[in-house]
Design a protein around this ligand. Sequence first.
Ligand code: ADP
Ligand code: GLC
Length: 496
Amino acid sequence: MARALAASKAPSKAPKKAAGLRILMVASEAQPFSKTGGLADVATALAKALGRLGHDVTVMTPRYRAVAAGAIVGTVTIEVASHAFRADLHEVTLGPGARVLLVDCPELYDRRGIYNEDGKDYPDNAVRYAFLSAAAVNWASQQAKPFDVLHAHDWQSGLVPVYARSLTGKIPGTVFTIHNLAYQGLFSKAWVPRLGLRWQDFTIGGFEFYDQLSFLKAGLAFASAITTVSPTYAEEIQRPEYGHGLDGVVRARRDVLAGMLNGIDTDEWNPATDPLLPQPFDAAHLGRKAASKKALLEMFGLPADEHSLARPVIGMVSRMVDQKGLDLIAAVASVLPALGASFVIVGTGEPRYQGMWTRLSELHPDRISAFIGFDERRAHLVEGGADIFLMPSRFEPCGLNQMYSMRYGTVPVVRAVGGLVDTVRPYNPRNGQGTGLLFSEYRPDAMLDALGRALSAFGNKKLWTRLQKNGMRADFSWDRSAAEYVKMYKRVRRIK
Ligand code: ADP
Ligand code: GLC
């Protein structure tokens, strides 16, 4: 009664301002705090883009080792697996309307690695990421001004939509984004009660996957809406070939599934301002890219004389895992040195692929050089200095490196799959249209054929420059996709 009276006393004559949404994202990586792959770039860049559109975005992510502290704005204490974990929440501003909350729980996150150490997953990853999800929901419950949407990314935050069911009052809608269906967060079912989950949800329609607990499936089953990071991948994951055993689950929820293409952070990845390049360049001053090529060859210990500089440089920056098509390269490793190009590789991952590149570098020290490790500086220099960027992925939900490459006038050679199809336009030698070279069949000869086409285009300076400029002028900004996310958030938020 009192409440109704108060409400009727506050007639608002002022025109209603289009209210920004309050969005809480949950991601296990975020630039510049932590990164193993594209999720880190996307979590931060999407939050910044939404902030620029006038929304209020918070990204919750673990405070891993060596990440600087921010101002402590709250605390959560949650019991997971019979142990009470406490975390301070450190706030760091990303930009207008966007901030990160670093979940500081040293017991869980202050370690040498992010997900693993010496190739072995941490045995308590179920606890580490159940806690992250629970912390986000707990923080949401503490807010006087509630969130409209909880947006979870990948398996590490798959339990967010499950835990969110405990919220009362104005309940936010939940969105789950698949960045990669291959990583599913599978754990023994013994974890179900220990993580505060209900056996009645351990079903085919819930989070059970072949008698194990799947964090990813929890996200797919319980979120109000599902997105993935390109329209083509959204189609592909509904087929067994790309479904990693979950295509049936994806099909069952296709009415709430949308493929929204990732953008890139055009400030971070801008050849005209990139402090990690020796000399800035843009489409109007493409000649200045030569300084990056020289610096790249020198940094990688390859010959950088005039003759060598004239030769095309093929670059790769990649997690060294099956997804990235490294077995195709292994199949033709012996012919690579005969292609008339130099190779520079930056990557880390499976020992067999690391070993392959190390061996190739030792065998052909004047043509091939690989850096095994994670290195932001080298990654930028490869984008800036290489002529061709190779990405022969077996599958690729979106892929960011092909977009970074195009922006830096480095022509991508990619397999026509997932987001690579949606971002690289095939080069047509007759009219000079297109931004890269594609091949379809997952076969070594098909990849070599595409590389051959790229190398022959490189031989025609006029055509090559056009191809480079086509890519440099393409729009890969977040603007369009961020607006699509907003539309989707508005559909799922629940107004009470
Ligand atoms: P994925 O997320 O599948 O690894 P993406 O292309 O979406 O593929 O994103 C990969 C991101 O990680 C890019 O920003 C890329 O530059 C970066 N990256 C991958 N490996 C390395 C590495 N060894 N050193 C530095 N950056 C890397
Ligand atoms: C995943 C995918 C990659 C995508 C990235 C960001 O790691 O493998 O294709 O670009 O997430 O969405």
